[in-house]
Write a protein that binds this ligand. Structure first.
Ligand code: ADP
Ligand code: MG
Length: 237
C-alpha cells in the first residue's frame, strides 16, 4: 500500500524536530530513510506507526487518512532494534500473537503462521523458545511476527544494529528477499549507507529533519545534490 506523509511536523517540548516533511513511499517499494544519528529518522517512522502524535500534517495509507488512528488500528508491522520476542512463548506463539489477540480461529492461525514461517525459513523452529535460537534465527522470528498480519507497511528501525557483521550481511539479503516475495511496502531506517543502498529501491537522505535527496541508489551515487550527500554516501561499494 502507498504510504504518504504530507506537511508532517513534529515537535518535542515546543522545539520542532521535523517541519513540513513530504514523502511518498510507493506501493510495494522498500524505501530507506538514511541519515546521521539524531536527524529524525525514527521520529518519522514512529509517526507512520502511530506511536507519536503528530503536531501537523497528514499520514495517508493509500487514500485513507490514518493520522488520528491509534497504532493498533493501522495494521503496521514493526521490527525495532529493541523490540524483543516474548521469552516465555514458543516461536509459534510469538508469530501467532498478532493474530490471536485479534481472535482469529485456531486453524486459520496455524495456516498463516506456517506459511510465514516457511517464507522466513524457520518452519523447523516453531516449538522452540527464543532463548534456544541464534541471533539470526531470532531476527527471522521477529520479522515473521511483523508480517504475519500482512501489514499495510513494514517498518524497520535499525533492525540489524545488534547483529555481528557476517549475520548483518545475511539478514540484509533475507529481509529484502522476504519483502520482495510478499510485496509488502517497507520503510527501513538506518544510518548505514551500504545497508540502505544495497537493500532498497529508493533512498531518502535526511539531515536535521529534512529530506535532502530522494532517489534510486545509482542515481544518488551518480548525481548527489550537494556536498553533504556526496560525503555521507562516500563511494559505491
Ligand atoms: P534518528 O532516529 O535519526 O537518530 P530521532 O528521530 O530519534 O533521530 O531524533 C530526532 C531528534 O528528536 C533528536 O534531536 C532527538 O534528541 C529528538 N527526540 C527524539 N525523541 C524525543 C523525545 N521523546 N523527546 C524529546 N526529544 C526527542
Ligand atoms: Mg533512530
Amino acid at each position: 500500500m502507498q504510504v504518504s506523509l504530507s506537511n508532517f511536523t513534529k515537535s518535542f517540548d515546543g522545539t520542532p524536530v521535523i517541519e513540513d516533511l513530504n514523502l511518498t513511499v510507493r506501493s510495494g517499494e522498500m524505501m530507506a530513510l538514511l541519515g546521521p544519528s539524531g536527524c529524525g529518522k525514527s521520529t518519522t517512522l514512529f509517526a507512520v506507526c502511530g506511536i507519536h502524535r503528530i503536531n501537523k500534517g497528514k499520514i495517508l495509507f493509500g487514500d485513507k487518512d490514518v493520522s488520528t488512528l491509534p497504532s493498533q488500528k493501522r495494521n503496521v508491522g514493526v521490527v525495532f532494534q529493541n523490540y524483543a520476542l516474548y521469552p516465555h512463548m514458543s516461536v509459534f506463539d510469538n508469530i501467532a500473537f498478532p493474530l490471536s489477540v485479534r481472535r482469529m480461529n485456531k486453524a486459520d492461525i496455524k495456516r498463516e503462521v506456517e506459511a510465514i514461517a516457511g517464507l522466513a525459513h524457520i518452519d523447523n523452529l516453531l516449538e522452540r523458545k527464543p532463548g534456544q535460537l541464534s541471533g539470526g534465527q531470532q531476527q527471522r522470528v521477529a520479522l515473521a511476527r511483523a508480517i504475519v498480519r500482512r501489514p499495510n507497511v513494514l517498518l524497520l528501525d535499525e533492525p540489524l544494529a545488534n547483529l555481528d557483521a557476517k549475520l548483518r550481511l545475511e539478514m540484509r539479503s533475507e529481509i529484502r528477499r522476504i519483502q520482495l516475495e510478499t510485496g509488502i511496502t517497507a520503510i527501513l531506517v538506518t544510518h548505514d549507507q551500504v545497508e540502505a543502498m544495497s537493500m532498497c529501491d529508493r533512498v531518502a537522505i535526511m539531515d536535521k529533519g529534512k529530506i535532502l535527496q530522494l532517489d534510486r541508489p545509482t542515481a544518488l551515487y551518480e548525481a548527489p545534490v550537494n556536498r553533504f550527500v556526496a560525503g555521507f554516501l562516500g563511494n559505491p561499494p
